[in-house]
Design a protein around this ligand. Structure first.
Ligand SMILES: NC(=O)c1ccc[n+]([C@@H]2O[C@H](COP(=O)([O-])OP(=O)(O)OC[C@H]3O[C@@H](n4cnc5c(N)ncnc54)[C@H](OP(=O)(O)O)[C@@H]3O)[C@@H](O)[C@H]2O)c1
Length: 273
């Protein structure tokens, strides 16, 4: 199946959180072998070196691969946004990343939004990233950021979205302004396993719970970046692109919402409700 693009971004990518060293390297190699052309990393994942090496070794032309990385909030201080972005490019071994995100709004407003957004704009203006975007931004923060960035488009907002936490307030807002979202934790970190609805719909498509969970997110129009440390699951997850769900099945899957937010803590913004 031809890769579906959202704008210029392959709709299904491969996430690398919690994978370091050989695990990070092998995962990217297997994802590329499976046909995946979108790799998601971050300064905070401490694997940009291995991800970059795997991208070089994987035998796929750099121009065919979309790379996202994210600036860690501890690097939002004066001068640090540019400096750490340059370090990311160096570690990844590329001249430019395809997409650069602000990983989180600055926790407890340690750094003023105006300050790190203006530095971020400069990174974009200097061409270190083809596209820029945000992650874990709420509606008020997105509105503010949009004003500060002026003409520079915010390509995506990467947030937690899965069948058990469909994140409707921010999804509806981003949809209303035509901004695609990127769904992280799309497998609810494995909690999709053995869910009876996913199993039942899966049986009708000869598909696994994970594949149905991913097909749902893609049918909702999201970019998504599942992760696995296992070659066979990376292939399985990527194959979810071939599944078409009926409206009735989509309705049942929307009904799995149970507000189960997995990524939460003292550093998060006040989530939209
Ligand atoms: N922007 C942010 O703040 C943020 C936050 C979190 C995540 N992310 C990004 O999103 C990516 C994905 O999120 P995530 O890694 O937290 O969670 P996830 O993709 O929802 O789930 C990964 C977990 O599911 C298991 N799994 C993978 N494929 C499976 C399958 N086919 N069947 C059953 N279980 C399966 C994996 O175990 P095995 O490894 O054993 O297969 C792993 O424990 C991350 O890697 C990262 O790139 C971004």
């Amino acid at each position: 199946m031809a890769e579906k693009l959202i704008g210029t971004i392959p709709q299904m990518g491969y996430g690398t959180w919690n994978h370091e060293g050989d695990e990070a390297y092998n995962g990217v190699i297997w994802a590329l072998e499976a046909g995946c052309r979108h790799i998601d990393t971050a300064q905070g994942y401490r694997n940009e070196l291995e991800v970059g090496r795997a991208i070089r070794d994987g035998g796929v032309p750099r121009s065919d691969i979309h790379i996202t990385t994210k600036i860690a909030p501890e690097n939002y201080g004066l001068g640090r946004v540019m400096e750490s972005s340059k370090q990311s490019l160096e570690d990844l071994g590329v001249d430019q990343v395809d997409l650069l995100l602000l990983h989180w709004p600055s926790p407890h407003n340690e750094y003023p939004l105006e300050s790190y957004i203006s530095q971020f704009a400069e990174v974009f203006d200097q061409g270190l990233a083809k596209m820029i975007g945000v992650s874990n931004f709420t509606i008020p923060l997105l509105k503010e950021t949009k004003k500060l960035l002026g003409d520079r488009p915010i390509t995506t907002n990467q947030c937690e979205i899965h069948v058990f936490m469909q994140n409707r307030p921010i999804v509806d807002y981003c949809r209303s302004i035509g901004m695609p979202m990127t769904a992280y934790c799309p497998l609810a970190r494995g909690a999709i396993k053995d869910d009876p609805t996913l199993l039942e719909i899966g049986a009708a498509h000869n598909a696994t719970e994970a594949q149905i969970a991913l097909a749902f997110l893609m049918a909702e129009g999201h970019i998504t970046i599942p992760s696995s440390s296992k070659k066979e699951r990376i292939i399985e997850n990527f194959e979810a692109r071939n599944i078409t769900l009926s409206e009735e099945e989509m309705g049942r899957l929307r009904g799995l919402e149970r507000g189960q937010r997995l990524v939460n803590g003292a550093w998060v913004p006040v989530w939209d409700t």
